[in-house]
Ligand binder design. Sequence first.
Ligand code: NAP
Length: 251
Amino acid sequence: MGRLDDKVAIVTGAGSGMGAQTARRFIGEGARVMLADVSIEPTQTLADELGDAACAMKLDVTSEDEWSQAVDATVAAFGGIDLLVNCAGITGMSPLEGSVEPFRKMMEVNYFGTLLGLRAVIAPMRERGGGSIVNFSSINGIAGAPATGAYVASKFAVRGITKTAALELGSAGIRVNSVHPGAIATPMTSKEVLGFDPRPYLSKLASLGRVGEPDEVAQLVVFLASDESSYCTGAEFVIDGGVLAGLSWPS
Ligand code: NAP
């Protein structure tokens, strides 16, 4: 028996990294999943690999129209929606005295994209008598970091809307939680994308002395999606190898 048997999910950012691994784990636990991402090619490839329990569609999370289409397509394919994982996100540098554009863009994708997703699934989740929504924040939704104010602000906003949503939607049986990963080995922290390898440095920030794997986060998301977490809502789940445990002496 799977931990997500009979559940239907939308996972955003499912074409890469933690979204892709979450979709894999969900299907392994018996869910049917709409894999949604702005990049359709890798998403479709993964859905084909995962079989009949998976569908793929292009979704830019900043578009209200595309959210509406994603909800309709998921209900048409699988009969309803029980789970939403708002995983899609972007990062980048944004010094306070630099361009204001990254601040607008990251708020648009990371925060507003999450908000639109959350709003889009409320009605179908009410129809099912409840649901679970997992929003991807970050350790940067709990603590600041220099030159990344756009990302930090957007992830604080995700943490804030998670709590408000939990309060508004609890009576409908809809649980809403945020996850706060530290550095995880995905394209977002790769040399290929960044042009340098940040992982040796990031490993030193964690008391476990390494970056995390996407599957370690996906397993936490499975717990939050499943009925095992039935009394968890409005909460923040840190998964960072000990980065936020306290101050370390520089070595
Ligand atoms: P990733 O491998 O870069 O995957 C993110 C996915 O989201 C990509 O497929 C990306 O497509 C997609 N995406 C970007 N903008 C989108 C949009 N407007 N609409 C729909 N999809 C969009 O990243 P990841 O590391 O798995 O990160 C997943 C989440 O965890 C993000 O919210 C991130 O901020 C958060 N997080 C990551 C880390 C980390 O260390 N990796 C730590 C803390 C939190 P493109 O590739 O085409 O842009």
